[in-house]
Write a protein that binds this ligand. Sequence first.
Ligand code: 4NP
Length: 166
Amino acid sequence: MNKSESPRSPRRILFVCLGNICRSPAAEGVFRDIVERQGNPQEWTIDSAGTGGYHVGDLPDNRMRIHARRRGYELTHHARKVTESDFDDFDLIIGMDNSNVANLRRLAPSPEAEKKVVPMADFIGKAMRYDYVPDPYYEGAEGFELVLDLLEDGCQNLYNTLQTLP
Ligand code: 4NP
């Protein structure tokens, strides 16, 4: 780093799950909504991706879109797979569960890149009683509601945390 540059607070955030059709596009939508209501959207790059490629190009799962829409989030992301260049293009890469985090750490091209990978659970309040964001794909409506509850809590805490950094 050049002497005149100072490390800047992370503003390029990538949310990652397995399929990129349920949890991570919802996280992207929830976080974007917070930034649009509480911050300066122009400062931010917010995106999502999956470690698996089964749903590349698809809109989020219909059930996720319906539950998100009821809370005011319109999810329009098209699924894509995580790439090595994401480790250059983003400051923080947030995995929804332990398996996502382990896969991301394996994909990281360098120790520096690996440091960008953090679990979403790091930002979810203890009162929520979850240390990961569970995959809702094979669950009923409660699974999707739970994901949104966890993400609303976690994304607000993430935003607050990043606001405290210089
Ligand atoms: P996500 O959920 O990782 O939250 O997008 C899943 C979506 C699809 C599959 C698994 C998880 N799948 O196996 O197709």
